[in-house]
Design a protein around this ligand. Structure first.
Ligand code: V1P
Ligand code: CA
Ligand code: ZN
Length: 394
């Protein structure tokens, strides 16, 4: 058990598979799974492992992955290697319906299936620890792959561990939860999770993300997540989207996050919460173009933790790997209530050279917020519309 700044004790379960250190999607790929090993190494160097229970876990089984993903897609993913790709394994499905043919965003790579089973197994184990009442907070930084669809890979995501974990939380067994709130602070829209539960009133999906045009004229990926996407049928109003402009800093972000999350908590009253902690919304990310500080990002974790519902913390995006590791390390400290005790100086450990670019400080410096009246006005409007949507529940 870990005591906390608010005086409450919480049992925190932590999942980590060292195999992640050696996974590479391709030589130049933006998604670097080894950032999870960096975060873990930093958590260990700060002496936090003794404050958590390490989850004993196994890779997700094929049948567990089939609970969400389609039969043909799972067959393909299981058999996909760089060699089978070259020998035309994808010919079994026509076109690129499965998202695996483009080779750039979701390439085939050595041990792809092991990687997917590994991070999905972590999220499932974490969900079981919460559903079984063995823990109050469960962490899997290798999970959070929010774009994967039932029959399609997308945006660096192959298996949607979040959908699998939420289904586990909802499961039929004793200790299962009636309603699960999903919150997504990755810079990208959580489209795969939204679509999976669009018809459900047992899962509310709430994504904060960047939305709009990029300087190159295209749409910021994936191009969905407007406030007008509110869900379907019984799930109407249980899909919530908070699109934002590039350049949003801590203050503006929290001026939306806190009131909207509070309202969602009030009207939906979830029995468990899943937070996707994608770290590409941090300032200085290679893809995200949002401007959150490590403290601003972690404020999302501490705010949700303060509601005292079983909480599942997952990773996600994050492409400046030293920033990602700093952020997930600090958020691990928030989970165990030790964030005030972490020295800002990065301790000596195996990866310490990676933090030179940020002056070897956990809380690297973020550019001064530029007050932009157009951005503020848009944020205030978005907040109003979303709060009105939410007030239509019940
Ligand atoms: O923008 C696209 C492509 C353009 N296509 C028509 C789609 N893809 C994005 C994919 C981002 C995936 C994010 C995953 C996550 O949400 C969860 C793990 O973080 C993309 C971006 C971008 N700025 O959004 N791909 C790339 N950048 C990219 C850049 C360099 C090399 C390869 C891909
Ligand atoms: Ca998001
Ligand atoms: Zn992202």
């Amino acid at each position: 058990s870990a005591s906390c700044v608010d005086g409450k004790k919480r049992c925190v379960c932590y999942y980590y598979d060292p195999g992640i250190a050696h996974i590479k999607l391709s030589d130049e790929h933006m998604m670097v799974p080894a950032r999870v090993a960096m975060a873990h190494s930093l958590v260990a160097a700060y002496g936090m492992l003794d404050s958590m229970r390490r989850l004993r876990t196994r890779p997700a089984t094929e049948s567990e992955i089939r609970r969400f993903h389609s039969p043909e897609y799972v067959d393909l993913l299981r058999d996909l290697t760089p060699e089978s790709y070259d020998h035309g394994v994808l010919g079994r499905l026509k076109d690129d319906d499965h998202g695996l043919g483009g080779c750039i965003e979701c390439p085939p790579f050595d041990r792809l299936w092991n990687y997917c089973r590994g991070y999905a197994g972590g999220s499932l184990a974490a969900a079981r620890a919460l559903a079984g009442g063995e823990s109050d907070v469960a962490i899997n930084w290798s999970g959070g792959m929010h774009h994967a669809c039932a029959a399609k890979a997308s945006g660096f995501c192959y298996v949607n561990d979040i959908v699998l974990a939420i289904n586990e939380l909802l499961g039929a067994g004793a200790g299962a939860f009636r309603r699960v709130l999903y919150v997504d602070v990755d810079a990208h829209h959580g489209d795969g999770v939204q679509e999976a539960f669009a018809d459900s009133d047992r899962v509310m999906t709430l994504s904060f993300h960047r939305y709009g045009k990029t300087p190159h004229g295209g749409k910021f990926f994936p191009g969905t997540g407007l406030v007008s996407e509110i869900g379907r049928g019984a799930g109407e109003h249980y899909t919530v989207n908070v699109p934002m402009d590039a350049g949003v800093h801590d203050d503006v972000y929290q001026s939306l996050f806190k009131p909207i999350v509070s309202k969602a908590m009030e009207v939906f009253d979830p029995e468990a919460v899943v937070l996707q902690c994608g770290a590409d919304s941090l300032s200085g990310d290679r893809l995200g173009s949002m401007e959150l500080s490590v403290r601003g990002h972690a404020e999302c974790v501490s705010f949700l933790r303060g509601f005292n519902r079983p909480l599942l913390l997952l990773g996600g995006g994050g492409y400046t790997i030293n920033h990602v590791a700093s952020s997930w390390c600090y958020e691990t400290a928030v989970a165990i209530g030790k964030e005030r005790d972490l020295p800002d100086e990065i301790p000596k450990h195996g990866y310490d050279l990676f933090y030179m670019n940020q002056g070897n400080k956990l809380h690297y410096s973020v550019s001064e917020a530029t007050v932009n009246s157009k951005l503020l006005k848009k944020a205030a409007e978005t907040k109003q519309i979303v709060l009105e949507h939410l007030s239509q529940i019940k």
